[in-house]
Design a binder for this molecule. Structure first.
Ligand code: URA
Ligand code: CA
Length: 436
């Protein structure tokens, strides 16, 4: 069947066969199917959707387009967590040490940040000397020896997804649930593992702005995971305001350290405890209440932080800078933002704060941009907090010729203050497992 007939079928809302999907993706990666033809097919998928069989076939075609990573020589149940992208989301740096201190191997491949979301590798590189370029052998050895490793991707995983994602970005077809679900899951399933926990973000700072579409995305991804034999659970979590108080690389490393020492912001701590508890329950089948008590203990008794230091040392990072975060890279300018109104904070839009942090130097517009590790935003007030005129809302950090006064104005303009007390909705909205 030619690609034209495949496009025609999907245009009319018909179901594509596994073969049609596999051949089309294969031909696209080879260059035989052109970008303009794939663009038409993507738009047809956007409007007509795909059923789970088609989505599984698309996921498989993307996995088969590249290498797969064999982590089977890591001893024990291999767990992974994936967040669909938030602002100030430092959870991997906290979750990894908790899980490995609990006795679960945590060998993870992470990514870099682009646009308004940060990447785990960038945050780790804020620690002087930290090396994210590990070979597969080194990931396996570190995970077996000290229980934990986080590295960038060395192998050529899902090249079809890379090519398709760039095309979707240029053709307004990113926000399609079958396309997002297969894109994310192909990358996760190309790497060996047993349990996968998805943190599906809902709200202003996320791909999915409302609960209904987030729930559909979560069910689709859990369906794919289970079809491929991976135990998969999704948690829907709120991403209206940034997670925790810190947005920016050094700032988030410090926040992760505080959290690992039991002194983190409430929302970040609660999310990490919930994610860790769920993953451990998936891997070990223990009772949730027992796990949660033990997880909190690991944060209070310093064991999770000890594990983090072991991990940093093992990957060449400067442990002194982790013990004393004032040694982490810092920006050479800062400015305080004081409230001009009195009342209750009703919105701190995550997406806009992410863009502001990016513009201050904490993130990238293109993959070639060099990060300022010290740049970012620190929130002194969060949604629901009472503020008076002149109270400090945030501190902004940047370097060089940044216009800090303009950044201050931007922050002040994006924060909403209400006259009446504001109810803060729970961070964890819902959970989707195989039985949905
Ligand atoms: N993240 C991905 O990896 N793919 C998407 O399509 C959307 C978010
Ligand atoms: Ca944060």
């Amino acid at each position: 069947m030619s690609v034209l007939e495949v496009i025609e079928k999907k245009k009319h809302g018909l179901t594509l066969t596994d073969r049609e999907i596999a051949d089309t993706i294969d031909a696209y990666v080879r260059g035989d199917v052109k970008d303009y033809q794939m663009s038409a097919l993507l738009m047809a998928i956007y409007f007509s959707g795909m059923n789970l069989d088609e989505i599984n076939a698309l996921t498989k075609a993307m996995i088969d387009s590249g290498d797969t990573v064999d982590l089977s020589s890591i001893r024990g149940v291999i767990v992974d967590k994936h967040s669909t992208g938030g602002v100030g989301d430092t959870t991997t740096l906290i979750l990894g040490p908790i899980l490995s201190a609990y006795g679960l191997p945590f060998g993870k491949m992470s990514g870099r940040g682009l646009g308004h979301t940060g990447g785990t590798l960038d945050k780790l590189e804020a620690i002087p000397g930290f090396n994210v370029d590990l070979s597969m052998k080194e990931i396996v050895r570190s995970t077996n020896d000290i229980g934990m490793a986080v590295a960038g991707q060395t192998s050529n995983i899902t090249p079809a997804d890379k090519k398709l994602y760039a095309l979707r970005d240029a053709t307004a077809t990113v926000d399609s649930i079958p396309l997002i679900a297969s894109s994310i899951m192909s990358k996760k399933l190309a790497i060996h593992g047993h349990c996968l926990l998805l943190d599906v973000k809902v709200g202003d700072g996320a791909f999915m702005k409302d609960k209904k579409s987030a729930l559909e995305l979560a069910k689709t991804m859990v369906g794919i995971g289970e079809s491929f034999g991976r135990k998969t659970v999704a948690m829907l979590t709120r991403m209206e305001q940034p997670l925790g108080r810190a947005v920016g690389n050094s700032l988030e490393v410090k926040e992760a350290i505080d959290t690992l020492c039991g002194n983190g912001p409430d929302d970040l701590t609660e999310l990490c405890v919930a994610l860790a508890t769920k993953l451990i329950a998936m891997a070990k089948g223990d009772e949730d209440a027992d796990i949660e008590r033990k997880v909190r203990e690991l944060l209070q008794n310093g064991e999770a932080f000890e594990q983090f230091k072991r991990f940093v040392k093992n990957q060449g990072g400067d442990v002194a800078a982790v013990e004393d975060p004032s040694l982490l890279p810092s920006a050479d300018q800062s400015i305080e933002v004081y409230s001009e109104k009195e009342g209750y904070i009703s919105a701190i839009p995550a997406h806009e704060v992410g863009i502001l942090a990016r513009d201050l130097g904490a993130g990238r517009v293109t993959m070639d941009d060099v990060l300022d590790m010290g740049a970012g935003v620190y929130l002194h007030k969060k949604c629901g907090d009472a503020v008076g005129r002149g109270d400090r809302l945030a501190t902004l950090y940047g370097s060089g010729a940044r216009d800090m006064e303009a950044a201050r104005r931007r922050y002040l303009d994006m924060v909403a203050v209400a006259n009446e007390p504001v109810e803060v909705k729970p961070l964890i909205i819902d959970e989707v497992d195989h039985g949905f």
